[in-house]
Design a protein around this ligand. Structure first.
Ligand code: PAF
Length: 285
């Protein structure tokens, strides 16, 4: 696997793949890799001659400096996992490489970015689209792979890709879960053991919603059932629950007639230094 620290190096690696007539799949990550990322690598590998990964803890998508500082960094282990997964090249840039001096260009889907999870983390999705657009332009892949766990992120990236006419496909990959249902996330490593034991409540809430999701059932009743599940777990502090139309991301209301996106987030651990976990999925009546 080629380990590239600069844009010039990764572009040279991709140019060599292209010169050999090979297709390229891209998986962007912030490192601290786990089996969820490996599922993305495996999908990319199945679909392309070459897989390029990126590891970049993107400062612009973090609201609080403390959250950015606390984000796990496990570069040596990440490189081993990427090599074992058969990834061909990885870009691991310094922030100044992606955000050059006097940088000022942003990419934003203003409406989609300000609702749902975006309302809890103002500026987060602007940071995501800004960095993903840059990574797309750097690597110029045929397709890029993102987890369905981040349902709203996937929608935001699809919208940006379509609106800016990026010539690549966006592929969603099913969420990988621990045996107790907790969606794998790099943030899970920050949970105290008691909070790790409590965290599957998010999946239980989604399951409660899925169990009710039949044509004609009121969306408000689904939301109430999900809230009850979280309320029964004293270690979880519900942050946000949104049930939305999958295209407009406007709140779904009334009786269920078509699939809806369900996005739930909760904080665990000390109020001064909580861990925000999210889980999201589409429910079909
Ligand atoms: O999902 C992530 O890990 C990040 O938001 C992404 C897409 C790599 C952008 O920094």
């Amino acid at each position: 696997m080629q380990i590239c620290r600069t844009i010039a190096d990764i572009r040279a690696a991709v140019a060599a793949f292209r010169a050999a007539g090979e297709s390229v799949g891209l998986v962007t990550t912030m490192g601290a890799l786990h089996e969820g990322h490996m599922a993305l690598m495996a999908e990319a590998k199945g679909g392309h001659d070459r897989v390029v990964a990126t590891i970049f803890v993107n400062p612009t998508q973090f609201g609080e400096a403390a959250d950015l500082a606390a984000y796990p960094r496990t570069e040596a282990a990440d490189i081993e996992m990427l090599e074992a997964a058969g990834v061909d090249a990885v870009l691991i840039p310094e922030p100044g490489e992606i955000y050059p001096e006097h940088d000022e260009t942003i990419v934003e889907t203003p409406r989609l970015a300000s609702i749902g999870h975006g309302a809890v983390r103002p500026g987060h999705f602007r940071g995501v689209t800004t960095v993903v657009a840059r990574l797309f332009n750097i690597v110029l892949p045929d397709a890029a792979y993102f987890g369905e766990k981040d349902y709203q992120q996937l929608a935001v990236i699809r919208r940006m890709t379509r609106d800016l006419h990026f010539p690549l496909a966006i592929r969603g990959v099913a969420t990988v879960r621990a045996p107790d249902g907790l969606a794998l996330s790099s943030r899970n490593a920050r949970l105290a053991p008691e909070d790790r034991a409590a965290a599957p409540v998010l999946k239980r809430a989604l399951d409660a919603g899925a169990a009710l999701a039949r044509p004609g059932v009121a969306v408000a009743d689904i939301a109430a059932a999900m809230r009850d599940v979280v309320a029964a777990e004293p270690r979880a502090r519900l942050e946000q629950l949104d049930i939305v139309d999958p295209n407009s991301f406007l709140p779904a209301t009334g009786p269920l007639t078509h699939p809806v996106g369900v996005m739930i987030s909760a904080r665990f651990g000390p109020a001064a230094d909580p861990v925000l976990l999210i889980d999201q999925m589409e429910l079909a009546p």
